[in-house]
Write a protein that binds this ligand. Structure first.
Ligand code: NAG
Ligand code: NAG
Length: 201
């Protein structure tokens, strides 16, 4: 029995790793977005400490010629409540940042994208509240080519400013975005209370 359970969970893990977005999330994306918090590379689904992801990451792409501008969304798809998240949960928009362009630099083989923009929604780090039983939240990063003259559609302004309940497929369709260029995701455990500690000398 145990052997069978282990085998099927390994098969499941294999299936999930074939794409860069969690099972059940649409759009499914195959191309990995390279996300680094400091020197930590976020392999898809990596469970990280809240304290490690408090500040916006560095992002980039491997084996891709960077052209024009890109926009990045980061979305918690496991927030409490009902809505367009995973398994009927709701979503929280953790960042919507525009005007990413090639920085001309690389990190670990990734061509790095940078922006000076802090909006339309500034980065705010994961802080999933405690739950019993524990429920790790998935935070999905989606990189899209940014259309010329991009602006948040009027119909999406309220959801972007409140950050609650964003339906990314609806947003992308109304903002006339093409399919994501690349994606990845990380996980933070519910109730993670790790804090950044200063080392005292
Ligand atoms: C470098 O990138 C690869 C994926 O392209 C990743 O598997 C590896 O962990 C990264 N290493 C570092 C040190 O960032
Ligand atoms: C980049 O391209 C090289 C050569 O084709 C390949 O070996 C490597 O796996 C690719 N890396 C990624 C992250 O796609």
């Amino acid at each position: 029995m145990h052997f069978i359970a282990l085998t099927s969970s390994l098969l499941l893990a294999g299936a999930v790793l074939a794409q860069q977005t969690p099972a059940g999330f649409t759009p499914a994306v195959d191309k990995p977005l390279d996300v680094y918090y400091g020197t930590t590379y976020i392999s898809p689904g990596l469970l990280v400490k809240k304290s490690a992801v408090a500040k916006a990451p560095t992002i980039g792409l491997t084996n891709t010629t960077l052209t024009g501008k890109y926009l990045l969304a980061m979305i918690d798809v496991d927030a409490s409540g009902t809505g367009p998240g995973l398994n009927g949960r709701t979503t929280v928009l953790h960042a919507l940042l525009t005007d990413y362009t090639s920085s001309g630099t690389t990190q670990n083989g990734s061509s790095i994208l940078t922006t000076k923009a802090t909006g339309p929604s500034s980065y705010f780090g994961p802080a999933p509240p405690a739950e019993t039983p524990k429920h790790p939240h998935n935070y999905i990063f989606l990189l899209h080519a940014q259309p010329d003259g991009f602006a948040v559609p009027a119909s999406q302004k309220q959801v972007v400013s409140s950050r609650m309940g964003i339906d990314w497929n609806k947003f992308a369709s109304e903002a006339k975005l093409e399919k994501p260029v690349a994606a990845t995701y990380l996980q933070v455990q519910s109730g993670d209370i790790t804090v950044r500690r200063f080392v005292e000398f």
